[in-house]
Design a protein around this ligand. Structure first.
Ligand code: MN
Length: 133
């Protein structure tokens, strides 16, 4: 498996309110040649709690969620001493350049556009994990 370079299976936390997207991403990551551990949270508050408890290697953060959106959640996570170095990748449906810049300003390491490209997602995640090795 090509994840030899990581000392253990990369742990991914996906924070996303949309159930279909959660199922799609789980399916993609579990079918990948890379071995990922995948956890999900259906809202930002739960996601932050899970991040504090489980310290994932990378968070996939949906930007558009009710109650607390992805920008707010990212800022909160970046303000926590023990979480400030976790890789956070924004998932953004918005094609507007300014909105992508806002994800970086909030503390995301990068962004992946929705609709998710099934063939590219695992490599994109590995790319972001490598950037923090
Ligand atoms: Mn959403």
């Amino acid at each position: 498996m090509p994840t030899w370079e990581f000392c253990r299976m990369p742990r991914i936390l996906y924070i996303e309110d949309n159930r279909d997207n959660r199922m799609l991403v789980r399916r993609i990551l579990m079918a990948s040649d890379y071995e990922f551990e995948v956890e999900e949270a259906d809202n930002a508050r739960l996601g932050i709690e899970m991040a504090q408890q489980n310290k994932p290697d990378l968070i996939l953060m949906d930007m558009s969620m009710p109650e607390m959106d992805g920008l707010t959640a990212t800022r909160q996570i970046r303000g926590m001493d023990d979480l400030r170095n976790i890789v956070i990748v924004a998932l953004t449906a918005n094609a507007m350049e300014g909105d992508r810049e806002r994800t970086l300003e909030a503390g995301c390491d990068g962004y992946i556009r929705k609709t998710i490209d099934v063939d590219k997602l695992p490599d994109e995640i590995i790319h972001y994990l490598r950037s923090r090795q």
